[in-house]
Design a protein around this ligand. Structure first.
Ligand code: SF4
Length: 351
């Protein structure tokens, strides 16, 4: 098993943590970034993808410390789309991937979501359906896959079990999240995971262990976003080290691309929200190849409140990013399976 498609990236936790401590301006990171970008360009022949993001409920039964949609945030106005409304917004998705995202809303039962998926499939057989609906049972994941879902996003946020339990008091911990991710892969989902970068208490070994695990299991989607404190949460007053966080987003992105060259790796909305257009360009330079355009935020006035003042990366914005690198933005579904000729094209990329 090749963990990284670059033989200089350490596979020992301590050594990888040391590499992560070097500044992004160092020669080592410049070289790795160049290679990550070349790999990304090869994946879809000079194309990067835009997906449609559809937020369907901000009602949450959980109480994660960092999230503005936590149950105890009583100042947040809640919304939930009806079944018909969910079907309608997905069916009219202008892009060939619809990412259906919700907080952990008990109303979104196994049967209800499966019925919704079947109806969407009837009317839009062409699109890839990505679900981001939290931790569920294996039977539920299976039912949703059979009903038509293609992809599933479930981030672990931090790979340190104690820290995970601290920030997610109602979840079992990292082992159970890892198990869920492996079940999703086994069921045939293109599966996505990643870090929330900048939670107080994370260290380089946490990041190194998580990246090595991603490299081992070759997740098809890898998303690392910065932690943006939200009012109404226990971490609302926390002041992150903004420069460090952006650097970590870039380094983890580079390592993720070198671990899984064919993965969909987003230039995240959170980075765009906090750091703006130039940071989006930097993420693509590090190997990001996906963005998500939000098609529902205007309908519920920013109430999908994981963090404040969320912006949307539009097709126009992402096309401007693409122009910087002579890339094209595609709205096609662009599945993320390992290419048969992976060695051939990686060798070509390295030449
Ligand atoms: S992170 Fe997810 S599960 Fe946790 S409070 Fe926010 S929406 Fe709910």
């Amino acid at each position: 098993m090749r963990l990284f498609f670059d033989e200089t990236v350490p596979t020992d936790v301590n050594e990888l943590a040391s590499l992560l401590s070097l500044p992004i301006s160092s020669g080592e990171w410049k070289r790795l970034r160049k290679k990550a970008f070349e790999f990304m360009k090869k994946v879809w022949n000079g194309k990067i993808a835009i997906r449609a993001l559809l937020e369907i409920s901000n009602v949450c039964r959980r109480n994660c410390y960092y999230c503005g949609m936590r149950r105890d945030n009583k100042s947040l106005e809640r919304f939930r789309f009806s079944e018909d409304k969910i079907i309608e917004v997905v069916v009219r998705s202008p892009y060939s991937t619809a990412v259906i995202q919700a907080a952990e809303d008990s109303w979104l039962t196994c049967d209800r979501v499966a019925n919704i998926l079947r109806e969407i499939r009837k009317r839009r057989p062409d699109i890839a359906i990505t679900l981001s609906l939290g931790e569920q049972t294996e039977d539920t994941y299976k039912a949703w896959k059979v009903a038509g879902a293609d992809r599933y996003l479930l981030k672990f946020e931090t790979f340190d079990d104690e820290l995970f339990k601290h920030y997610h008091p109602e979840f079992e911990g990292v082992p159970s999240r890892k198990e869920a991710l492996l079940i999703l892969k086994k069921l045939g989902y293109q599966t996505g995971t990643g870090f929330l970068i900048g939670l107080p208490g994370q260290d380089m070994k946490d990041f190194a262990r998580g990246i090595l695990w991603i490299a081992e299991h070759k997740f098809e989607m890898i998303a690392h976003g910065p932690f943006l404190p939200a009012a109404g949460t226990p971490l609302g007053d926390y002041e992150p080290d903004w420069d460090w966080m952006l650097e970590m987003c870039m380094k983890l992105l580079i390592l993720s691309r070198l671990a899984v060259p064919w993965a969909g790796i987003p230039a995240t909305t959170a980075v765009y929200t906090r750091y703006g257009f130039d940071a989006l360009v930097e993420l693509v330079r590090c190997g990001a190849n996906v963005a998500m355009q939000n098609f529902t935020s205007s309908e519920h006035g920013g109430k999908y409140y994981i963090y404040p003042d969320k912006k949307s990366i539009t097709l126009e914005v992402f096309s401007k990013v693409a122009e910087e690198f002579d890339l094209k933005v595609s709205t096609e579904r662009m599945d993320m399976f390992k290419p048969d000729n992976v060695d051939q094209w990686l060798n070509a990329a390295a030449e």
